[in-house]
Write a protein that binds this ligand. Sequence first.
Ligand SMILES: Nc1nc2c(ncn2[C@@H]2O[C@H](COP(=O)(O)OP(=O)(O)OP(=O)(O)O)[C@@H](O)[C@H]2O)c(=O)[nH]1
Ligand SMILES: [Mg+2]
Length: 322
Amino acid sequence: MNFQDLRFVETADTYIDTAFKKSKKRVALFKQGNRDKNDIKRMKTVELIRIDTFSQSLIDNMQKIITSFPSIDNLDEFYLELIKCTIEYKDLKKSLGAVNWAGAQVQKFSTIFKRKIKMQKEEEHVKRVRREYLGRAASIIKQIKRSLIFLEEARKIMKSYPSIKSKLFTVCIAGFPNVGKSTLLSKMTTSTPEINAYPFTTKSLNVGYIEKNYRKIQMIDTPGTLNRFEKMNDIEKQAYLAIKIVANHIIYIFDPTEEYPMDDQLKLYSRVKKLGKEITVYISKTDMVENVDELKKRFDEVYTDPKELSKKLYKLNNKIKD
Ligand SMILES: Nc1nc2c(ncn2[C@@H]2O[C@H](COP(=O)(O)OP(=O)(O)OP(=O)(O)O)[C@@H](O)[C@H]2O)c(=O)[nH]1
Ligand SMILES: [Mg+2]
């Protein structure tokens, strides 16, 4: 799923202005090509064109908003949960509903008023009906002003969501801050995440891919220490949801230099384990310590070499049926 392409949602006034400009231009064009007979028949044609162009501009723009936002009812669980914890989900549904309603109303009134125009016998009356329609249509769009503002805010938040492919075999990299999660991701995949000597560097979920024999594996760098969900910041929530919902496998990194005490790292390991996913242990920074035998003894299987770890992931991925 990709939220980067969500369309910018304009204000109600901008949509109305655009519709006015378009209809004015279209009418001018028609008048240029039809200079003869300035009678009521021609006038009606002009006003029908104006109403058509005006309403179509609004209808198109409302439709574009609806199709640009993902269909909430068909979203993958990960994104649905992400939306629920970062945006007022009910308001999002309501706002999209309001935009849909506005488009339909504009359409409905355009049909009614075009019929009215055709029935008029006086020039003054044609003008009055046209004015009434433009006023009505503009006021429908003004009625959903707040929904449009809300949707633009929602778009900005959704734009920051990671692009995760829910169908790929997915491995999440977990561990305490600064243990080398992003470093491992950069060693194993072509992803180039930010890496720094201080903790809490990663502020959005980094995603990378490895591929062998046309079988892709998705790797996600998931920072955070799995505190209580309500206490987590946005990135930690994203990481937690990725581990809980998307991960098929977890790599848990221990940092033997113990910038964070080993006891705490082991506690987090237990917490991750409780989520019920298969975990592979990786020990980072083995170039910085004498030996890691004590730590290794705690587990049946431990990796210290990213290449060996890749081989294990390929094997796991091969076991999975497409
Ligand atoms: N010597 C050595 N340094 C490493 C190794 N892995 C990571 N580092 C260093 O450890 C620091 C933290 O690495 P990151 O990859 O940013 O760690 P992180 O777990 O992603 O950190 P946060 O995003 O802050 O949670 C950086 O200075 C890395 O260069 C390693 O295997 N050996
Ligand atoms: Mg990082």
